[in-house]
Ligand binder design. Structure first.
Ligand code: GAL
Length: 369
C-alpha cells in the first residue's frame, strides 16, 4: 500500500499565479527560503510546487531533462528538502503542456521514475493538449481516453514506490469529483483557472456548492490556487477568498511572490484559526447553507463538534454593510453556543443567534461551539 498522502488538503506554494513562465531555480529557492523565514512553513505551507515551464528536451533514451533555468533538479530537491519542505512538479498527459512544453504522453513510466529519482513529492498533471485530441473523439471514447491517461500516470507513480501527491488538473470537466479518487487523484481541479479579481474568484469559490460530499482525507476538491497578495483584490476580498477556501477544505497553495509580501498578506495567509478550519482532521468540506440574493451562509462541520460559519456579502462594496443573521438552532445546535469571530480573534459570547455586519465583498467568519 502506498503511504497515505494529503490526509489534509495540501498546503504550500505554486509558481504559476505570480511567475508563470518566468519560474526558475533561483525563484524556487527564494520561495523555499521565504516559506521558512516568514513562518509559513511552520503554519503548514510545505509544498514548493514548480508549475509549467521547467521542461527542456528528452535525451536520446527519452528521459526528460529540465531546461536551462533548472540546472540540477536533484540538487534543487535536496535544497528544498533540507528546509523541511517538499518539492512539486508539473506535467501533462498530452504531448504538450498548456504553455507548449514537452508533456508526458508515451513517456509516463520514464517520467514518473525521473521525478522519483529527483526527489519529487507532488505532481500536478494538466490535461492541456490531450484535451484537444479528445475533442476529435466521440464523447464516451473521449471520457475513457482521459480516465485511462490519468490511471496510467497514477500506476507509474505507484510503481516508483515514492509517496507522490497526484493532483489532477482538467478544469472539472466530466464531473471529475465523481471519479477523481478512482484514478488515484489526491485532489482534482473543479474549475478553470482562477485570476486575481473578486468576480472570478467569487464565481469559482461560491460555485463549489454541492461538491462537499466528494471530499475526504486523501481526496480533495481543488478550486485552484490562492491569489492572496498578488494585488488585484481588496483586503475584504482576500479575506473572502481565504475564508471560503478554508470552509471548502481546499488546498491552500499560495500564488504570490513570497520574497516580497507585505505583513498584511503574511498575516492573512498564516492566520492559524483560518488554517485550522481548512486543515481540520475530520476532512469534511463545508457547503452553502443558505442564500438570499447576494447574501450567503456557508457552514463547515469540524471534528470537535464545532462549526465554521461564513457570513458572506457578495454585493458591491458601494452598497455598504449588510446585516446577515444566523440562528444556531438552524445549524443543528440545541441551546446557546459559544461564538468566536475568527478574523478579529475575538470571543463574542454565548448566544442563540448572531447578526454579522458584513461589508460588500466581505465576510464575517465564525467558529461556533
Ligand atoms: C493551466 C492550469 C494552470 C497552469 C497553466 C500552466 O491549464 O489550469 O493552473 O498550470 O495551465 O500552463
Amino acid at each position: 500500500m502506498a503511504q497515505q498522502v494529503a490526509a489534509t488538503p495540501p498546503m504550500g506554494w505554486n509558481s504559476w499565479n505570480h511567475f508563470a513562465e518566468k519560474v526558475s531555480d533561483p525563484v524556487v529557492r527564494a520561495a523555499a527560503d521565504a516559506l521558512v523565514s516568514s513562518g509559513m512553513r511552520d503554519a503548514g505551507y510545505v509544498y514548493v510546487n514548480i508549475d509549467d515551464a521547467w521542461q527542456g528536451k528528452r535525451d536520446e533514451k527519452g528521459f526528460m531533462q529540465p531546461n536551462e533555468k533548472f540546472p540540477d533538479m536533484k540538487a534543487l530537491a535536496g535544497y528544498v528538502h533540507a528546509k523541511g519542505l517538499k518539492l512539486g512538479i508539473y506535467s501533462s498527459p498530452g504531448p504538450k503542456t498548456c504553455a507548449g512544453f514537452e508533456g508526458s504522453y508515451g513517456h509516463e513510466e520514464q517520467d514518473a521514475q525521473t521525478y522519483a529519482a529527483w526527489g519529487i513529492d507532488y505532481l500536478k498533471y494538466d490535461l492541456c493538449s490531450l484535451g484537444e485530441a479528445l475533442l476529435k473523439q466521440p464523447p464516451e471514447v473521449a471520457f475513457q481516453t482521459m480516465v485511462s491517461a490519468y490511471m496510467k500516470m497514477f500506476a507509474a507513480l505507484q510503481k516508483t514506490g515514492r509517496p507522490i501527491v497526484f493532483s489532477l488538473c482538467q478544469y472539472g470537466v466530466a464531473a471529475v469529483w465523481r471519479w477523481g479518487p478512482d484514478v488515484g487523484g489526491n485532489l482534482w481541479r473543479t474549475t478553470g483557472d482562477i485570476n486575481d479579481t473578486y468576480d472570478h474568484m467569487a464565481e469559482i469559490g461560491f460555485g463549489q456548492a454541492g461538491l462537499a460530499k466528494y471530499a475526504k482525507p486523501g481526496h480533495w476538491n481543488d478550486p485552484d490556487m490562492l491569489e492572496v497578495g498578488n494585488g488585484g483584490m481588496k483586503p475584504d476580498e482576500y479575506r473572502t477568498h481565504m475564508s471560503l477556501w478554508a470552509i471548502l477544505a481546499a488546498p491552500l497553495l499560495a500564488g504570490n511572490d513570497l520574497s516580497k509580501m507585505t505583513p498584511e498578506t503574511l498575516a492573512m495567509l498564516t492566520n492559524r484559526e483560518v488554517i485550522a478550519i481548512d486543515q481540520d482532521a475530520a476532512g469534511m468540506q463545508g457547503d452553502r447553507f443558505w442564500a438570499e440574493g447576494p447574501y450567503e451562509i456557508w457552514v463547515k462541520p469540524l471534528g470537535d463538534g464545532s462549526k465554521a460559519v461564513g457570513l458572506f456579502n457578495r454585493a458591491d462594496p458601494w452598497s455598504g454593510d449588510a446585516p446577515i443573521k444566523v440562528k444556531f438552532k438552524d445549524l443543528g445546535f440545541t441551546g446557546p453556543v459559544k461564538v468566536r469571530d475568527v478574523w478579529n480573534a475575538k470571543d463574542l459570547g454565548t448566544m442563540e443567534e448572531y447578526t454579522g455586519v458584513v461589508p460588500g465583498h466581505g465576510v464575517v467568519l465564525l467558529r461556533v461551539k
